[in-house]
Design a protein around this ligand. Structure first.
Ligand code: URA
Length: 429
């Protein structure tokens, strides 16, 4: 087969065959197809899209580049995945919490993608934490403590490992086809019984509108069902960051606060809701209210944080070692009114500009930088109030971030429309 012919076919709006998809994906994973050809194909898919059959074939082709994980116990295997947002730290809490419910949570996560943060980058802000567990290390950890969070590897969906990195720096992230294949290849390779998907919509998500998020949720759920996984999706509002912290080390700090029963209530409530759907999905709770009560009990007893400490220790992390935090600079309101708009794209770009995300594949990131959101949408502000605190030691970068942040927020006289933090997604609707 000739890669340029396959790329041109998709560029012109054609439907790719299973053999063509497999050819491109398998050669890319092996290193026989250069980045520039895969980037061209990703851009053609981004522009032209794929139908559901092509998306399933792309997902399967990606899974086939590695091995699937094995069951290590009789416990049901579950996970959640988010489509990407700002301040989205729910995985750090949800993995250990579901492990407290006698479930196995083999979580394969990603790094920062586009303007959104990545669970692996956050966890690596903990000194010593390893996100490159071998299959046998992850199996041992899973049988001992019921959860791990690691990255795609050379043996576990290697195609996603490479393609994810490539999409991050080639403007090819916000595609229903590519997001579905990326997420579902990892989740199917985890050999799951149940999966909950947090499909984000809004200015800080890849897909800005509810209809687009519904299209993605539908594609993800169809793919889960096809693989025999009980799959549920929530659509959650990403018109502002989740919680107060946006960054890497500072999001670990906030997750720990939540696990200790403190921290922003919305972070806890969304995490609990996502986890409750999993409990109901595998029959560990008769209904959502029983599930929420069980989860609340694990949090209140301190068991969730204990399990998190065990997971971190198993993966080489030292929670007692200081996590880096940049110097704080306040960005203040210059008028009174209501905070009516937060442009998530610009907010995310401000973190990248300070080195908290990547502009080139493989770049090292600075875990110390971040933002502390002091005001939420719809809250009143007065001149001199801190809207957001910038965490960064480099004055030049702070100024770059300040420009983006000032542009990203609006204060007006009218209180804005408020959205529910999440809504359920009905795949049949
Ligand atoms: N999360 C993923 O794993 N992949 C995507 O493409 C988007 C979010």
């Amino acid at each position: 087969m000739i890669p340029a012919v396959i790329i041109s076919k998709k560029r012109d709006g054609g439907k790719l065959s299973e053999a063509e998809i497999r050819y491109m994906v398998s050669h890319y994973a092996k290193g026989d197809l250069p980045d520039y050809q895969m980037a061209a194909l990703a851009m053609a898919i981004f522009i032209r899209g794929m139908d559901s059959q092509e998306i399933s074939q792309l997902t399967d082709a990606m899974i086939a580049t590695g091995n699937c994980l094995r069951r290590v116990s009789e416990r049901p295997r579950v996970d959640k995945h988010s489509t990407g947002g700002l301040g989205d730290k729910t995985s750090l809490i949800l993995g250990p919490m579901l492990a407290c419910c006698e479930l196995d949570v083999p979580m394969i996560s990603g790094r920062g993608l586009g303007i959104t943060g990545g669970t692996l980058d956050k966890l690596e802000a903990i000194p010593g934490f390893r996100c490159d567990l071998s299959p046998s290390e992850s199996e041992t950890q899973l049988s001992k403590i019921g959860c791990f969070i690691t990255g795609a590897t050379e043996t576990l969906v290697p195609a996603d490992k490479k393609l994810y990195t490539l999409r991050d720096v080639t403007g090819t992230v916000p595609s229903v086809a590519l997001i579905t294949a990326s997420i579902m290849s990892k989740k199917i390779a985890e050999t799951l019984d149940a999966l909950v998907l947090d499909v984000k919509w809004g200015s800080g998500a890849f897909l800005e509108t509810v209809p687009k998020a519904q299209e993605l949720a539908k594609s993800l759920c169809a793919n889960g069902k096809r693989a025999g996984i009980h799959t549920k999706a929530l659509l959650s509002d990403m018109n502002q960051p989740l919680g107060r912290m946006v960054g890497n080390a500072c999001e670990v700090d906030e997750s720990i606060e939540v696990m200790q029963g403190k921290g922003p209530v919305e972070v806890w409530e969304l995490t609990r809701e996502l986890s409750a759907h999993v409990l109901v999905g595998v029959g560990k709770a008769a209904d959502m209210s029983e599930a929420r009560a069980t989860l609340q009990g694990h949090l209140d007893s301190g068991r969730v944080f204990e399990r998190f400490e065990q997971m971190v220790a198993h993966q080489g992390g030292d929670l007692r070692a200081a996590r880096p935090r940049g110097q704080s600079t306040a960005i203040r309101a210059d008028r009174s009114g209501w905070l009516t708009r937060i442009d998530g794209q610009k907010l995310g770009q401000s973190v990248i500009a300070m080195g908290g995300g990547r502009t080139q594949a493989g770049q090292r990131i600075d875990p110390s930088v971040g933002l502390v959101m002091h005001t939420r949408l719809g809250e009143p502000v007065h001149p001199g109030d801190t809207l957001v605190e910038v965490l960064c030691d480099d004055r030049n970068k702070v100024e770059l971030a300040r420009e983006l942040l000032v542009e990203s927020m609006s204060i007006d006289d009218q209180k804005p429309q408020q959205f529910a933090l999440w809504q359920e997604f009905d795949p049949e609707a």
